[in-house]
Write a protein that binds this ligand. Sequence first.
Ligand code: FAD
Length: 534
Amino acid sequence: MTEYKYDTIIVGGGIAGLTAAAYLSREGQKVLLIEKNRECGGLVNSFTRDGFHFDAGVRALEDAGIISPMLKDLGIHLEVVKSPVSLGIENEMLHIEGLESLEQYRDLLARLYSGSGEEIDAVLRIIRKIMKHMDVLYGIENPVFKDLKGDTDFIFKKLLPWLPKFIFTVGKINRMNMPVEDYLETLVKNPSLKDIISQHFFKKTPAFFALSYFSLYLDYFYPKGGVGKLADIVRDKITEWGGEIRTETMIVEVLAEPREVKDQNHETYAYDHLIWAADLKTLYALTKTDGLLPKIRKKFTETKTNMMKSRGGDSVFTLFVEADEPLESFRKIAHGHFFYTPSRKGLGETHWMKLSDLLRNFDRVKKEEIFAWLDKFTQLNTYEISIPGLKDPDLAPPGKTGLIISLLAEYDLFKKAQEAGWVDELTQALEERMLNVLSRSIYPMLKNKTIKHFAFTPLSIENRIASSEGAITGWSFEKPVPVVNKIQFSDRSVLTPIPSIYQAGQWAYSPAGVPMSILTGKLAADKILKKKRK
Ligand SMILES: Cc1cc2nc3c(=O)[nH]c(=O)nc-3n(C[C@H](O)[C@H](O)[C@H](O)COP(=O)(O)OP(=O)(O)OC[C@H]3O[C@@H](n4cnc5c(N)ncnc54)[C@H](O)[C@@H]3O)c2cc1C
């Protein structure tokens, strides 16, 4: 029995779904946002344990010409601080303060890889070029968030002069769409140097996206109170504008005709329009297309086949540490956002080949072999370390420090260990190795001053946000992505073969992250409002 009828239902209360719901409720639409978890935010989420505040998803935000224009447009004030980045390899440290740090990065690499000076210079030249492209791309507030009719100043002084530069830059960027590993192959012969530059990116990340990171390091900011504040503040706006939010409600069926979704308790909600702001394989698996025109059903089936063949991108293993050591001890070593590699050697392609080998023969492989692989994985890898208390001192109990330490991790390893019944042992083994490696290198105090530690694995991410393969930024780059992946076509990324259903978020456009999730949420809302007006 249908109890509810909404103008728009949004499934998924991550930052994409929240953005769409905010824009639609602001325009007076009858909106329902449905979220399976108790809290909204998805991968933009903070939580507290034992008085320590941690971020479960993204560690800091980069504006990309999107986040602040969106907040301004919605009339939201978010208190933020800068989130400076440090880079470290063995004992060499670089605290990034501004553009001039690029020269110091060059010197740091030259000290570690003597004899590779020319290769380092070649990479740095490319990074500088990309930084210029980024300045153009993000150089103005994204016009999607501007009221162009009422802002002639913006149109004539900013948008029109920017457009030709944008078109020129997009052409350049599209020529750097090949995997970063292949791109670096043409510039760098030293395999360790190549690894050090690329190993904390997702496998086969487009070269432009990966090498733009230095410019993102300069821009990271952090909401006071934790990254989750961004989600909280957008959620509050939705409620203020009369939008309805249902948490702890999981959609298990989508009926394209009649336009209805069903939750886990068999409750039915009817809509004029649906925005799916969650995993797209799930949307395509749950949707029944009976009653639609044959040509729409055919297109839907083709798209579904493409989606189902594709995989989610890399996942992450995160170790959360509660340490009985003051923030000052950590501040002396590095900023609160820190990329650290304990060895200059680099993980190496053989390392990944070994893992593929172990996974292929998992049933016959001894646990000891996996643990031996874990030894190298933790010794040679690049760690992303975030210390919320160094960005906002209120986020740690007095005299103590909470650390969020992560490594990109292979979902299949955890899945297979779970099927074999020893995933907890694997998790514990990885936690211990990570603590050991960091205590022996950059944080000697960690081992004895750790009060408690716990971890989230790729399986935790899959379970919590229902993300295929525990992916944290949408589709894998290892195969052709089944969605729009060119910035000039981003407007189309929110369309599905079914005219009343739109898609938004990290699965709708690739490469994705927080800014693209927000952008697609807004684009989906705009399409619905435009249709309604017609
Ligand atoms: C460790 C880490 C580091 C990251 N670093 C960066 C970074 O540096 N820069 C960057 O831009 N991005 C980064 N990201 C990625 C970024 O956080 C995500 O891409 C973005 O938050 C995705 O938002 P979303 O709304 O599209 O999806 P999600 O956050 O996944 O939201 C989807 C929501 O849908 C809900 N849901 C799923 N299925 C259903 C269902 N059937 N019914 C109801 N609800 C459902 C889920 O519970 C979830 O809340 C990082 C992520 C992680 C985890």
